[in-house]
Design a binder for this molecule. Structure first.
Ligand code: SF4
Length: 486
């Protein structure tokens, strides 16, 4: 999907509340069963490697004897844990979590792992995903006397597990019953007094993989966390599978099954780390191929291919390779701008983007450019970047996105925002081109994107592009302001 046109000023349509930020992954999970290992430090490094999946809170729960201790806090992994904290956390198994929360829920009470004491013992849980029948389950549980401490769907899972395991089911049977109740996306790590469980929903929305470190099993949202601690990748946890790890080793059970697979394709486009392998595909290789395909779909006569770092870099390399046009790092990224930097005041609003990105004037003056980014959600940042490139004298700017237009909200664990704030849901391609003030605009087609996953193209969720939701949603939950929370 592309459009080329003359540059013009903003089309002047009514501005919606667009903040210009990228959609955010809600969480990353990690687990290790390793008697004799320093599981607290390994979990710390594991969630550190998964920091890109959530920056608002971090936590580690550790099994020591028959007790589960937990430490968690708001902030980055490095802000929540110091050396002395990790020294205090001793045990034989641990789970960890990093979280990005949606509006109104960024509170310590919602940080994970959630750890509960119940009649059957202690239970810790960390969750990546979003349960789509949360209202129905919440109603069912509260009407039978359940009280909730947090506002997360994850607490509903803990509640179900505790109930089923008290009703004379083994924990594995309780997990199966719980999976039968749950609809939506969930990759879970669960810690009990005896075992570590890794659980993935029947569609396989969110990634989860299994590795081994000196004979001890490790699970993580992404393989980059296994690499970080020196573990070898064994395989992905399969959709609907329950992996149980304890002193007897590892067993696998198919908890639930369904015909359809729905791996989140946005993981490959933006969320996952490029060095991760997910469900058989290396993220960086996929991104590079997206760039090659962009060059085929949108061949344009320009002088330079420039990425928006870092998310557009792999695709820009692919575009340059396929087109023969020079790749240049025309925008430099300040890698030290963290979550906590002081936001510029209104008079200094342009500083926001400039703090993160600075164009290399000497490279850009008088040049025709194809600018490569991964996606365009609200468009505010892209417009500012284009403005900076023009100030540096860029003569012609074409914006190429390595994904199709994001026109629908996500209900499976990604904060893609309200559909009213999605540019592609509100405007035509030509209107978007004018708003961003580029000379040409092109989105990678969905067919081309899916063709990259040769032989597996039916295994993906593409709902935010196509509107084809793998799981039907309760009508009450279509309101994004409710965020599927209760
Ligand atoms: S709707 Fe989009 S972001 Fe959400 S799971 Fe599907 S592909 Fe991923």
């Amino acid at each position: 999907m592309s459009v080329v046109g003359r540059r013009s000023s903003d089309v002047g349509r009514k501005q919606t509340k667009m903040e210009g930020r990228k959609p955010r992954e809600k969480c990353g999970v990690f687990g290790i069963y390793g008697p004799g290992l320093n599981v607290a430090r390994l979990t710390y490094y594991g969630i550190f490697a998964l920091q890109h999946r959530g920056q608002e809170s971090a936590g580690i729960a550790i099994l020591d004897g028959d007790k589960i201790h937990v430490q968690k806090g708001m902030g980055l992994v490095s802000e929540v844990f110091g050396n002395s904290d990790l020294d205090k956390l001793q045990g034989r198994a641990a789970i960890g979590h990093v979280r990005y929360s949606t509006t109104g829920a960024s509170q310590l009470v919602n940080a994970q792992p959630l750890v509960f004491r119940y009649a059957g013992g202690m239970l810790g849980l960390a969750h990546n995903g979003n349960i789509t029948n949360v209202h129905e389950l919440h109603q069912r549980l509260t009407s039978s006397g359940a009280i909730f401490q947090s506002t997360t769907d994850s607490e509903i899972i803990v509640n179900l597990l505790a109930r089923y395991s008290q009703a004379s089911f083994s924990m594995e049977e309780a997990v199966i019953r719980c999976m039968q109740d749950l609809e939506g996306a969930y990759s879970l790590v669960i810690l009990t007094e005896k075992s570590l469980f890794a659980v993935r929903d029947a569609y396989g929305f969110r990634p989860l993989c299994l590795g081994v470190l000196n004979g001890n099993y490790v699970v993580a949202s992404e393989s980059c966390a296994l690499d970080t601690i020196g573990a070898s990748f064994l395989r992905d946890v399969t959709p609907g599978e329950i992996v149980t790890i304890n002193e007897h080793g590892l067993t696998s059970t198919q908890g639930v099954s369904c015909q359809r697979r729905a791996h989140c394709i946005f993981e490959y486009i933006y969320f996952a780390r490029p060095d991760s392998n997910i469900d058989g595909f290396n993220v960086k290789k996929v991104r590079r191929e997206m760039g090659r395909r962009l060059a085929q779909e949108y061949p344009v006569k320009v002088d330079l291919v420039i990425p928006v770092p870092d998310s557009g870099t792999s695709a820009a390399l692919g575009y340059a390779e396929a087109s023969g046009i020079s790749f240049e790092e025309g925008l430099m990224k300040n890698r030290y701008v963290g979550r906590t930097f002081i936001q510029p005041c209104q008079e200094m609003r342009d500083v926001g983007v400039r703090l993160k990105l600075n164009p290399v004037r000497e490279l850009l003056a008088g040049k025709r450019i194809v600018l490569i980014d991964d996606s365009l959600v609200r468009g505010t940042t892209s417009k500012k970047i284009v403005g900076m490139l023009r100030e540096c004298g860029a003569r012609e700017i074409h914006l190429c996105l390595s994904s199709p237009p994001v026109a629908h909200a996500c209900y499976y664990g990604i904060d893609t925002s309200n559909e009213k704030e999605l540019l592609a849901a509100q405007m035509s391609l030509e209107e978007i081109r004018q708003r961003i003030t580029v000379d040409g605009l092109h989105y990678l087609s969905l067919n081309s994107l899916l063709d990259i996953f040769d032989g597996k193209k039916d295994s993906f969720c593409t709902a935010c592009y196509s509107g084809d939701y793998p799981i039907a949603l309760e009508s009450a939950e279509i309101d994004r302001t409710k965020k599927l929370e209760f």
